[in-house]
Design a protein around this ligand. Sequence first.
Ligand code: PLP
Length: 467
Amino acid sequence: MYIEKGSQWNAAELETAAHEHLISPAEEMAKLGTSGGRPMFASADGVYIWDNRGHKLLDGPGGMWCTQVGYNSKPIADAISAQALRLCYNSPWYSLSGPAAELSKRISDFAPGDLNHVFFTTGGSSAVDSALRFVQFYNNVLGRPTKKAIICRIDGYHGSTHLTAACSGRAGNRPNFDLALENVSFISAPNVFRRPKGMTEAQFLDHLIAGFEERVNTLGPDNVGAFLAEPLLASGGILIPPKGYHARILEICRKHDILYISDEVVTGFGRCGHWFASEEVFDIVPDIITFAKGVTSGYVPLGGFVISDKVLSRVSGENAKGSYYTNGYTYSGHPVSCAAALANIEVFERDNILEHVRDIAPYFQEKLQELKTLPLVGDVRGTGLLGCVECVTNPEDTEASEFDKQVALRVDRYCYEGGLIVRPIGSMCVLSPALIITKEQIDEMVRILRDSIVKVQDELKAEGLWG
Ligand code: PLP
């Protein structure tokens, strides 16, 4: 039986099935029917994955920034199994479950300020989408039907629903899609590395804030519903804004009654050494925080948003005006997912995961910084257990070239051969390992990455393409 032994098919049969029948996210359509370089993974333990050919790999991206407590956690697997047998499902549209109730209390306790109510969804996209739909609902109930524009950033990523894709500013995700852009407005990314030449970081910060303020004024404050931002742009390449950026934007939002949504789908649940990063790392208490990924360490899907009492009270109780927030999913706050999240939180607490991240993050950052001496490396940046090594072949370029991206792909291939998953984003090798990673494993990760970059440097020189 599949459950006891895994698949009875061999690796080649599984690959054939995938090639003939499976469509993957970000499928390169010209390569449909081939692996397109996409490996098939068979099993995992801790920070390691084995592919279906038996090759052992250190998981650099931590799944997709989500395998916080690592693979093969028995307490989480047991909790999933026990809840599936006790109550595998309840409809959240007309009933409650114990795990969802308990988890809403735990998350409210972790969240800053008066963010005390949780709306569960099924993942990150549905979390952000639901928060944005709440903004529409809120302003309609308040009798402000024009207050709808969402200001977001170029290079931000917020998901793959119709609305969250529209709010995602990464150029590569856009071709051939129709985007729901009528109420979406983009401002520039706080990309310190690529800031205009000659600008100090302090001037760049002023420039960014002025850009936001100007956008609010151009749109008209009565037409702006929300500012949507990751505390740091994760998929955009670990872009950490200059200190004070979020606080100054929040101040402008408060002045104009614009809701501030902090998208913590990546930064939440320990990635920066805290349950949430908004207040502890970035000094703000937003109106809404969205979360997903690390809430279950990736064992099962779950997401949601946590919202402030102050905001909620304006459209609930005696202020509800007969309204229903008719947004949700069959699997909102699925009891098995919530049970997994509760077990995940227990593992965090039992193993002092947040403290571990705070202890080991400086070592991780220091080791990554050592790569900066390599000629092919243009920038190294990061915080917590998030890091980015950006390949730059021509320092005069103002943005990553196609060649830079090809170079990162070559680095990725050598890393894979050497036993490390990197999954480059454009020209950037982004690392966000499971939070349980040890110093020895960080050494292993950085050694493989260094060796791979050196190999690519030598290869490019030999081919006369660079250097
Ligand atoms: N928000 C951020 C910041 C993300 O990085 C992602 C996914 O990477 C999402 C939202 C969407 O989450 P999901 O893929 O779970 O729908």
